[in-house]
Ligand binder design. Sequence first.
Ligand SMILES: [Fe+2]
Length: 260
Amino acid sequence: MTLIITKEQKEQISRTFSQYAEGYDMTDPKIRLKAAHTYRVAALAQQIAETADPEYSGMAWLCGMLHDIGRFEQVRRYHTFIDAESVNHAEFGADLLFRDHLIDFFHPTLSDSDLRLLETSIRCHNMYQLPEGLSDLETRSCQILRDADKIDILRVICDTPLEDIYGVSTEALRTAPVSEAVKKCFYERTSVLRSLKRTPMDHLVGHICLIFDLAYPISREIIAEQGYLNTLLSYSSDNPDTRAWFRYMRSDIGPYKVLS
Ligand SMILES: [Fe+2]
């Protein structure tokens, strides 16, 4: 059975989410950022699903609305989004929803199979790779959510000073090199493992490499349309080697080649 979420239910879930977020410190930019990210990921997931798998769009939207629910409590308790220094926010959020029954406030009448699908999608949304053994439906659900999340992560990176995102000074940012191991990921068209990122520019190249993980052509189209990839590729470093590397990446992928 496909989950249908009516317009009224969506409004109710959005209201519940907004009340939930307002229970946290909305003067904290981290909390505001996650609230805005949530609405955008939900809309993007629905948009991707409407093209890729229209019957699934209600569940895609719900996955988007709840995927980062753990971020709020993570920030309240640990004052950071860095999972390695606090908790795995995907697991933490799924535990709050499905073990502590927070899900009942958002949608109290989901079937067991919808609950399982939602839980799997949320638990897997921040994994480097999806685990083996997922069903086709679980794989699609995870891929749609992960694509939507990545698209909006690129927007956040473009709209937020990189110094704030990577927690470094302007000088450190502008002079940083790109590590060979990270360049190799770009050559091989793969995303970059966290453990390989050593410099602020490794993080930026890592964010650019998120595009290689997108599962759906519509996701690549949305990214090209929004122009965020172009903005990231246009970064102008004071480090001559980094500048040359960004020139190379621009010529190698460019906004149009991404679509092919
Ligand atoms: Fe997340």
